[in-house]
Design a protein around this ligand. Structure first.
Ligand code: FE
Length: 200
């Protein structure tokens, strides 16, 4: 079984300053994200061992650990990719058109997304729902509670306290504003194009 590995950041640790500090990016990537990679590998090893022995005493816990740590690993990977020192601004092209069609306007989408970011104890996600064939905002607790089955994350914003407390204290809204100063719409638009090509 292949081991999951922590992906390198696509920029330097201090590249998102002054919006997100080098210290927060370092802790967040090297400690928190690493822990989800390690937890996923460990849980998978447990499951593989239990299949061999037939002793399933630790299987239920390991199944939960796969979901928690797997979602943590995958969403953090997206989160890092969705920021850039050259980011900011608004989406363009097909994604911009779809946001306008599904939410009324970019401003309407962002206002709703910011509510999700304030309400979630985990993640605010822009997802594509292939059943309804529309974009949705989703507020996720932890990494996996409140997910809409079948939907594909297009944009992932981490609003766990480890994401902003050192920089902004309890003012999560300022962190969300800071995220929009560094958001990189190019990979988000590419996610949208890839997912839509599968379902429409
Ligand atoms: Fe995080």
């Amino acid at each position: 079984m292949s081991q999951h590995e922590l992906p390198s950041l696509p920029y330097d640790y201090d590249a998102l300053e002054p919006h997100i500090s080098e210290q927060v990016v370092t802790w967040h990537h090297d400690t928190h994200h690493q822990s989800y990679v390690d937890g996923l590998n460990s849980a998978e090893e447990t499951l593989a061992g239990n299949r061999e022995t037939g002793d399933h005493a630790s299987t239920a816990g390991a199944l939960g650990d796969v979901t928690h740590n797997g979602c943590g690993h995958y969403l953090h990977t997206m989160f890092w990719e969705h920021m850039s020192p050259d980011g900011g601004g608004e989406p363009s092209g097909a994604l911009a058109d779809r946001i306008a069609a599904d939410f009324g306007s970019y401003e309407n989408w962002r206002a709703e997304f910011e509510v999700a970011a304030g309400a979630a104890s985990g993640w605010a996600l822009l997802v594509y729902d292939p059943v309804a064939k529309q974009l949705r905002n989703v507020a996720v607790d932890n990494h996996d509670e409140g997910a809409l089955w079948g939907s594909h994350p297009i944009l992932a914003l981490d609003v766990w306290e480890h994401s902003y407390y050192y920089d902004y204290g309890p003012d999560r809204g300022s962190f969300v504003d800071a995220f929009f100063e560094v958001v990189d719409w190019d990979p988000i638009a590419a996610n949208y194009d890839d997912v839509v090509s599968l379902f429409e």
